[in-house]
Design a protein around this ligand. Structure first.
Ligand code: SF4
Length: 404
């Protein structure tokens, strides 16, 4: 096992850890807008904040544990198995504290020495693959597990499916760290099988196969990398159990469960469902709350909506997808992506890469909705709001009566 990250860190002052985190990520602008009922108006500009956004309980806990690890092990090398969460400013902060990211791929030394008993390894909020954790344990390093309880709930569900002879059909992105960890739980159980469907289009292919409208070749070709080893559609789609990555679009997960159930009924009859079909929604409460809050925000009638969060953040991308149903919506990774009135660097929820959109900010009067993903610090959301206000000629801090 080899490493790819820096080793230097700065000592943190011995204040309580929650104070250090608040110091790094809190934002007086956000606090002031919340106190005013989640909106502020000035000179024709209205800013409306979603009622739920930013750090969820799982992210909060993961960051807290990472800070604690740094403090408890001041002289040790500390590594993450992957980004602790998908947010650039949080990851930059941990890097500055000397917490680097290792690679679990063998044969890639990156010029650094292997993990050993003197090292500390942090498992991120999404968890890590069971085999990787096993390998880490064998090195004797100290492991700090920040896996969110809501993610572990999905693991328990799919493990149960595997033990009871059901193939786990997981609504998720097969390469996302959380789903990699979830599928590894299935693979760790003898005979465990899974297939990962990304969206309704992929679920429809599975339904078509189950209902006899498509051949096994369709499944083989489309899901090459998204199925368990030796997956045989003819054998492995006879009994299925549904679960989902915690950060998927909740409505879509419910629809996919309905589609698959109908296909199973078509093939086997309603009476067979108890023996052949299981479903359990595993979207976490924090994801659901943030999605509902963006729907409510959109329902207020915004001229545009800005969503702040890592471009690789699944939950943030789904917030943008929802916001886009109501108004032109812009997913920015960082406040600096708001370049000028004429340019914003943003990512469309269907695309992989961000790009520049021009003439995005109309002149006031203007209603702007703002939210952030479950891994986005308040500070990033607050700075984005301040940039929009400044571009509209509004000094927001002055208007809110807070200092610079
Ligand atoms: S989004 Fe949900 S599952 Fe993911 S860390 Fe937050 S609370 Fe946990």
């Amino acid at each position: 096992m080899n490493l790819l990250a820096g080793r230097h860190y700065q000592c943190m002052a011995l204040s309580p850890i929650s104070d250090s985190i608040a110091e790094d990520f809190r934002c007086p602008v956000i606090e002031a807008i919340r106190l005013r009922g989640f909106h502020v108006a000035a000179d024709g500009l209205e800013i409306h904040l979603a009622r739920e956004f930013g750090f969820c309980y799982g992210v909060d806990r993961a960051i807290h544990r990472a800070y604690r690890a740094r403090r408890v092990h001041p002289g040790k090398r500390i590594f993450l198995t992957a980004e602790i969460i998908h947010n650039p400013s949080v990851n930059r902060k941990l890097h500055d504290m000397g917490i680097g990211i290792m690679t679990l791929a063998s044969g890639n030394s990156g010029g650094q020495s292997a993990i050993g008993p003197d090292d500390v390894v942090i498992l991120p909020a999404f968890g890590a693959a069971a085999s990787d954790v096993q390998n880490l344990r064998a090195t004797g390093c100290a492991i700090v597990d920040t896996t969110c309880g809501s993610v572990m709930r999905v693991w328990k569900r799919v493990e149960r499916y595997a033990r009871e002879g059901f193939t786990a059909v997981i609504h998720g992105v097969y390469s996302h760290e959380e789903t990699v960890a979830t599928t590894s739980c299935v693979a760790a159980i003898a005979g465990g099988k899974y297939i990962v469907v990304r969206d309704k289009a992929e679920a429809r292919l599975v339904c078509d196969y189950i209902a006899g409208r498509a051949g096994a070749g369709t499944i083989r070709d489309r899901f090459k990398r998204a199925v368990s080893a030796g997956f045989d559609a003819g054998r492995d789609l006879e009994r299925i159990g549904l679960a989902n990555q915690t950060t998927m679009l909740s409505n879509e997960s419910v629809e996919i469960a309905g589609m698959l159930r109908r296909a199973m009924v078509f093939r086997h009859g309603e009476a067979a469902m108890a023996e052949r079909f299981r479903s359990f929604e595993t979207i976490c409460a924090a994801t659901q709350d943030r999605q509902d809050a963006v729907r409510a925000l959109g329902g207020l009638g915004m001229d545009l909506i800005i969503i702040v969060g890592g471009f690789n953040s699944s939950n943030t991308t789904h917030l943008v997808e929802i916001a886009s149903q109501f108004a032109p919506s812009y997913h920015i990774g960082d406040p600096s992506d708001i370049i000028s009135r004429g340019e914003i660097r943003q990512k469309h929820w269907r695309r992989r890469q961000p790009g520049i959109v021009r003439a995005w900010l109309p002149a006031p009067p203007l209603r702007v909705g703002v939210s952030g993903g479950a891994s986005t610090p308040n500070r990033a959301v607050g700075q984005a709001i301040e940039r929009v206000a400044a571009l509209c000629g509004v000094n927001l801090r002055e208007r809110l009566g807070i200092g610079p």
